[in-house]
Design a protein around this ligand. Structure first.
Ligand SMILES: [Fe+2]
Length: 353
């Protein structure tokens, strides 16, 4: 009459006749059940239930103040939806109507009074057995869910790390600190949040923006790292990094990769249409790309590259503002300026002198 650990559970007895409560208590105690709570006042059932969290309830039907049906109704909101709480109705009313009503209201079993002690004990044992099996199953389910959650988060971490390393591969040759891509992600996320874009988008752009220059992988060293003036062929070769990056990232069904593809493809488009692709301008340029454009240029200007030194922050900001409505979306520039006003600087890195 117990679960595998010897635990017999807590039983709540509800009967307006004190003698009935005492008979049941004595009988149960003799059978080894020692966690018993009894009451003759059905109005106390909810508070006793919440205090003792019984594994089984023995319930009389005909009682003053609140009858057994009323008790079943009052207990219902306190019993979790997918839990198994056995309620055994013990009553002198053995009419089919009472039985059907009690069972339909959540009672798991029904016995008439006067009851047969052995039968009551056997029914209690069966109901508790089902209760403990249910609890065990629920515990196993919780454990499994925890494991699945852990695995999923491990997988997500691995995916994020792979994306970060992919972004790093793109910047490997022309960014000594290799932090540019992550800073562009952080600045883009702050800009997106400042512009009131949804939280999910903010997190996506944080992860997708670092991949904006992935296509630089295909640009030869002698062009990418050239210190002198670039020929028009070399400029064209560098310009292919948008389409190459988009091609590498294309065809994914994941929103993150789809956004990364969009950014890689259009982050050099200008608000006034004078960007890489002729004709695309204004709001035809995806908002993510308009945001990354500002973040990318600001971070590139304020950090040194093999072919250029770092600009002071105020000069870089002045340049961004000069390009408001030309290269950049005015709304993004405004968000950028308001962020600067808020904290004096922007980004996670300190601009290099
Ligand atoms: Fe780029």
């Amino acid at each position: 009459m117990s679960d595998a650990t010897g635990f017999r559970g807590t039983i709540l007895i509800v009967d307006d006749q004190d003698s009935n409560v005492r008979i049941l208590e004595r009988m149960l105690r003799k059978s080894g059940y020692d966690r018993l709570v009894g009451t003759t006042d059905p109005r106390d059932v909810v508070s006793l239930f919440l205090e003792h969290r019984p594994d089984l309830v023995l319930l009389d039907l005909h009682m003053p103040h609140v009858d057994g049906f009323g008790v079943l109704e009052r207990l219902r909101p306190h019993v979790p939806e997918h839990s198994y709480l056995p309620i055994l109705v013990l009553t002198a009313d053995i009419s089919a109507e009472a039985k059907q009503r009690a069972l339909s209201m959540g009672a798991k079993d029904f016995l008439g009074k006067p009851f047969d002690a052995i039968e009551v004990l056997l029914r209690i044992r069966n109901l508790l057995e089902a209760r403990f099996l249910y609890l065990e199953l629920q515990q196993q389910n919780d454990l499994l869910e925890d494991k699945v959650r852990q695995r999923t988060s491990d997988l997500e971490e691995a995916q994020i790390e792979i994306l970060e390393r992919l972004a790093l591969a793109a910047e490997f040759r022309d960014d000594a600190t290799q932090e540019h891509t992550q800073r562009v992600g952080a600045i883009s996320a702050r800009l997106a949040r400042r512009m009131g874009l949804p939280g999910q988008f903010v997190e996506l752009i944080r992860r997708a923006a670092p991949l904006h220059d992935l296509g630089k992988i295909a640009v030869p060293d002698n062009i990418l790292l050239k210190l002198g003036r670039l020929t028009s062929e070399e400029i064209n070769a560098i310009r292919t990094h948008t389409s190459v990056g988009a091609r590498i990232l294309s065809g994914s069904r994941h929103p993150l990769m789809q956004l990364a593809e969009q950014i890689a493809s259009t982050h050099h488009e200008h608000w006034d249409g004078r960007g890489y692709a002729a004709g695309i301008c204004g709001e035809d340029i995806p908002i993510a790309a308009r945001i990354v454009a500002v973040a990318d240029v600001f971070d590139a200007l304020t950090h040194a590259r093999p072919y250029k030194s770092a600009w002071p922050v105020d000069e870089a900001v002045a340049e961004i503002m000069r390009q408001r409505g030309r290269q950049f979306d005015p709304q993004v520039v405004d968000a950028f300026v308001s962020l600067l006003q808020e904290d004096g600087t922007i980004g996670t890195g300190t601009p290099q002198a």
